[in-house]
Ligand binder design. Structure first.
Ligand SMILES: *[C@@H]1O[C@H](CO)[C@@H](O)[C@H](O)[C@H]1NC(C)=O
Ligand SMILES: *[C@@H]1O[C@H](CO)[C@@H](O)[C@H](O)[C@H]1NC(C)=O
Ligand SMILES: *[C@@H]1O[C@H](CO)[C@@H](O)[C@H](O)[C@H]1NC(C)=O
Ligand SMILES: *[C@@H]1O[C@H](CO)[C@@H](O)[C@H](O)[C@H]1NC(C)=O
Ligand SMILES: *[C@@H]1O[C@H](CO)[C@@H](O)[C@H](O)[C@H]1NC(C)=O
Length: 348
């Protein structure tokens, strides 16, 4: 037993003694040279490790305690294609952190504490196709947040606290196909917010507090296949807002909104459902949030009655008009007769 232990002690460990590539494997990481993976998940790192094989194409640093990504952190591993940094404690991403990663295709920064993105954040990431930023602390986006992400196809911003998206925030992303903004705090969708997103196929806004949509906000989205507005705060919609979506076919989800069920709404939905290229997939699940007497009723169950009052009003007006006209005619006839008979009397 003792001999065995001694033997173990004197066997040279390849990591520490040779100058081969494996000496560049940080303690705590698993460097798989054959597949070019460097796996350092759950290694209790508080900083980005410096000893990573230069051939690495996938670096997994998820589930550590990293708090800061300093500028040019990954300068020595330029062949990186996938960088996983989710579930750390990152609050600061310094300018130019990823600047040398010209082949990076996928970056995951989910479940961190990032509250703002400066222009320097996206510097050099022109090849990036997928960016995961879910469950961070972003509260607003502006025209500099994603400035250099020309090739991005999928952006996931689910579960932040975004309440403001300034004009041109997504202006550089003409290749973007999926934009996930679920569970944020958006209240108004303004014209120009989604301009330039002509490749966008999926726009997911589920679980926000949207109660206002400008008429032209979806107009630039000429590839849109799915618009999810479920679980928002919409009580009415303008027909033109959806009519302006010029695509071959677009599915729209509107469940979980407090619809104000009145004749206007009923009419708007009837018109929308008659547009061939639009599919209101969950129409049969829409329910009323107002007026109080209709709360929680399904729109489809009451929609034949919503315009009833209006029909009755129209009927009453029509009848009144008819009666008035008839009365006028009768009176007119009488006066004519009277005049005629008076005429006759004078003549005789
Ligand atoms: C994350 O960082 C903050 C300071 O930025 C610190 O207060 C907190 O304890 C850290 N949390 C973990 C889980 O490391
Ligand atoms: C976006 O992120 C959420 C939360 O992390 C995840 O559940 C979802 O699958 C992601 N969607 C896409 C398309 O990446
Ligand atoms: C939308 O809700 C906000 C409060 O969240 C309110 O100030 C605003 O007037 C509402 N807009 C409409 C059109 O109801
Ligand atoms: C929803 O919109 C109404 C007005 O349309 C507003 O009064 C209310 O505060 C909004 N609710 C939330 C949760 O934003
Ligand atoms: C309508 O709601 C039911 C029950 O919540 C659900 O099972 C169904 O998938 C919904 N239909 C659509 C089209 O969303």
């Amino acid at each position: 037993m003792r001999q065995f232990l001694l033997l173990l002690l004197f066997v040279p460990a390849p990591e520490s003694s040779s100058k081969s590539q494996s000496s560049w494997c940080e303690f705590g990481c698993d460097c798989r040279g054959d597949v070019k993976f460097t796996l350092c998940s759950r290694a209790l790192f508080t900083r980005v490790p410096s000893r990573v094989p230069v051939t690495t194409e996938l670096l997994d640093l998820s589930h550590n305690h990293i708090t800061v990504i300093p500028g040019r952190s990954f300068g020595s591993i330029r062949k990186l294609r996938v960088l996983l940094l989710q579930n750390n404690n990152i609050s600061v991403v310094e300018d130019g952190s990823f600047v040398q990663l010209e082949f990076l295709q996928r970056l995951d920064l989910s479940w961190n504490r990032i509250s703002s993105l400066s222009e320097g954040f996206s510097l050099g990431l022109a090849a990036l196709r997928e960016l995961q930023l879910t469950h961070n602390r972003l509260s607003s986006l502006d025209s500099r947040s994603f400035l250099h992400l020309d090739g991005l196809q999928r952006l996931n911003l689910t579960g932040n606290a975004i309440h403001t998206i300034q004009m041109r925030s997504f202006a550089s992303m003409s290749a973007l196909r999926q934009l996930h903004l679920e569970d944020n705090r958006l209240t108004a969708l303004r014209d120009g917010t989604f301009s330039m997103l002509r490749s966008l196929e999926v726009l997911n806004l589920e679980g926000n507090q949207v109660n206002e949509t400008d008429v032209g906000v979806f107009k630039p989205l000429t590839s849109l296949a799915l618009l999810n507005l479920a679980r928002n705060n919409l009580s009415s919609v303008c027909f033109k807002t959806f009519l302006s979506i010029h695509t071959y076919s677009t599915h729209i989800l509107l469940e979980g909104n407090p619809w104000h069920c009145d004749c206007d709404l009923q009419r708007t939905f009837r018109k929308l459902r008659s547009i061939q290229r639009l599919f209101l997939d969950d129409y049969y699940n829409l329910s009323c949030g107002a007026p109080p007497v209709l709360e929680n009723y399904r729109l489809m169950d009451v929609d034949t009655e919503l315009c009833l009052a209006e029909t009755v009003t129209v009927l009453i007006i029509t009848i009144t008009v008819v009666i008035t006209v008839l009365a006028a005619m009768v009176m007119g006839e009488r006066t004519r007769k009277k005049k005629k008979s008076r005429h006759n009397i004078i003549l005789t």
